[in-house]
Design a binder for this molecule. Structure first.
Ligand SMILES: O=C(CO)[C@H](O)[C@H](O)COP(=O)(O)O
Length: 152
């Protein structure tokens, strides 16, 4: 699977650890920066990365200080369903119930061991195609269709 990654300065270290795990798992990773801990503005990296995730219909993993900034930027883009996870249970449901395609993590709030566990769970858990989950995901998609601009 192809994974687009992005972060800000607060997420670089954890992003590199996650990138190593993903490569070890056999995934293709495109890291859209930044590549060092010089202070940056998160949206300069997460916004183009989220567009690429949507256009290429791949998955994204974004890392900042707490994760929420990445999620709120990414969820403004058509085709993105971004979640913030702080434990593997949340990651499991974020795939099974929500069919999320972007995972956002906070390098300031979770250690790398739990982060790698979250990533492993999120990457290996499929959407549960039960009627109620399909219906709920479709309702969220309908909101995007109504309010977000489709990418060309
Ligand atoms: O967590 C974040 C967004 O969700 C950012 O990483 C955080 O706001 C960066 O702050 P600072 O520039 O003070 O390190």
């Amino acid at each position: 699977m192809k994974i687009i990654m992005a972060s800000d300065h607060a997420g670089v270290a954890l992003k590199l650890e996650i990138k190593a795990l993903l490569l070890e798992m056999g995934h293709e990773v495109e890291d859209m920066g930044p590549y060092d801990t010089t202070a940056v503005d998160l949206s300069d990296f997460v916004y183009p990365a989220a567009i690429k995730v949507s256009q290429e219909n791949v998955r994204g993993i974004f890392v900042d200080g707490v994760g929420y900034g990445s999620a709120l930027i990414a969820n403004r883009i058509y085709g993105i369903d971004a979640v913030v996870c702080q434990d593997p249970f949340c990651a499991k449901l974020a795939r099974q119930h929500t069919d999320s395609n972007v995972l956002c993590l906070g390098g300031k709030i979770i250690g790398s061991a739990i982060a790698l566990d979250i990533v492993n769970t999120w990457m290996t858990t499929d959407f549960l195609a039960e009627e109620k989950y399909i219906r709920r995901v479709e309702k969220v998609k309908a909101i995007s269709e109504k309010h977000l601009v489709k990418l060309s």
